[in-house]
Ligand binder design. Structure first.
Ligand code: GTP
Ligand code: MG
Length: 376
């Protein structure tokens, strides 16, 4: 990392070095004029003088990343896109089983310990009174992935389906899910599940939910709550109808005719295939052969697979796809972008890695300094 002395830094800020020394003392730092200051301190001082301290290379990266800036879409280029629905709720309340019923699969049975470990994305076609609709569902392991994404500023959900088991009622993760959805400003539709069970008490669930600000429509509130059984399928059609209606109201749109951008849902290292990333396209169309940057990594889309494992050449807005060809494993919630060529992608990724290393080093240095002081 770049080392800058008090004198040099004062010059950059356009203040007298003696003034800077006083500021440093105010921060509890006693350094001489020719001694270096750490980045964190420099950042604080810069802020005081209305400037922003940057790590070496940051500016260069910023100019490279200009390429990634989104050009606003013209209204006439926007086309309807499917809604992205995140299924949330307390552990074992039946999220995966509900999705299994909807897409006619048996994922829940095959899961280790019956616990969802990763985000499953599924695309389903449903017949509603509004006609045939495409819905994109994200199954979450508890709500951790959702939190990870939100922590990185990625918001992918249009509608949250909150699954509450009617024999168990509102539980801690139910409340967390409600809070997450509310914080994200996402409409919530409640699926009161397991109504086939002898101990099921949907009315009690409604009662409990009102204590968390979700008032059912039939009690004069505005939250849709549908009693369902993921096992027998009872109520599921009505739930899908409600989701489709909600989506219709939202008039979700995106421009499919431009380079894709979106979010990494999850990624892993596959022994045979290398890094495999599940990407959710938010705008534009992702194509095989596209050069992409995802988080700290770059690559070229070598192959793409849809949620059913079919090889596809293109993926438009709202579509989740598994992508091969990245040179590393990005994090859930990282953004991805198509850039003009692989070279540009690599340059951006390299710069990002460099900066990530630098700030990690800065953090390390800070820690060791603190340790030093605590030992004195
Ligand atoms: P996590 O992924 O661990 O958070 O759980 P989950 O919410 O995905 O629950 P999952 O679908 O794995 O279901 C948990 C258990 O409840 C399984 O044994 C399911 O068979 C059962 N189950 C789910 N829905 C119903 C239902 O409607 N009725 C009955 N009787 N059992 C259900
Ligand atoms: Mg599950």
């Amino acid at each position: 990392p770049e080392v800058i002395s008090v004198r040099e830094f004062a010059e950059k800020l356009g203040v007298e070095p003696t003034q800077l020394l006083q500021d440093l003392i105010a921060l509890g730092k006693f350094v001489a004029i020719n001694q270096p200051i750490d980045f964190e301190t420099a950042a604080k001082l810069a802020e005081k003088y209305g400037k922003v301290a940057k790590l070496e290379g940051e500016e260069e990266l910023e100019s490279l990343e200009k390429e990634l800036e989104e050009t606003p879409d013209r209204e006439e280029d926007l086309k309807p896109r499917p809604p992205i629905i995140t299924v949330m709720g307390h552990v074992d309340h039946g999220k995966t089983t509900l999705l299994d019923y909807i897409r006619n699969t048996r994922v829940a049975e095959k899961e280790a310990g019956g616990i969802t470990q990763h985000i499953g994305a599924s695309v389903v076609e449903v017949d509603t009174s509004e006609g045939r609709k495409t819905l994109v569902f994200l199954d979450t392991p508890g709500h951790e992935a959702f939190t990870a994404m939100r922590a990185r500023g990625a918001q992918v959900t249009d509608i949250a389906v909150l699954v509450v088991a009617a024999d168990d009622g509102v539980m801690p993760q139910t409340i967390e899910a409600i809070n997450h959805a509310k914080a994200a400003g996402v409409p919530i539709i409640v699926a009161i599940n397991k109504i086939d069970k002898p101990g099921a008490n949907p009315e009690r669930v409604k009662q409990e939910l009102t204590q968390h600000g979700l008032i059912p429509e039939d009690w004069g509130g505005d939250t849709i709550m549908v009693p369902v059984s993921a096992r027998t399928g009872e109520g599921v059609d009505e739930l899908l109808e409600m989701i489709a209606l909600q989506a219709e109201l939202m008039e979700l749109k995106a421009n499919p005719d431009k380079p894709a951008r979106g979010v990494v849902l999850e990624a892993k290292l596959d022994k045979k295939r290398g890094p495999v990333a599940t990407l959710l396209v938010q705008t534009g169309t992702l194509k095989v052969g596209d050069a992409i940057v995802a988080g700290l990594y770059a690559g070229k889309v070598r192959a793409m697979f849809d949620d059913k494992g079919n090889s596809v050449k293109e993926a438009g807005p709202s579509m989740p796809v598994e992508v091969l060809g990245l040179d590393g494993v990005p994090l859930a919630g990282d953004k991805f972008y198509v850039v003009k060529d692989e070279k540009t992608a690599r340059k951006i990724a390299e710069k990002r890695q460099e900066l990530a290393r630098e700030s990690a080093l800065e953090k390390e240095k800070r820690v060791s300094l603190e340790e030093l002081f605590s030992q004195m």
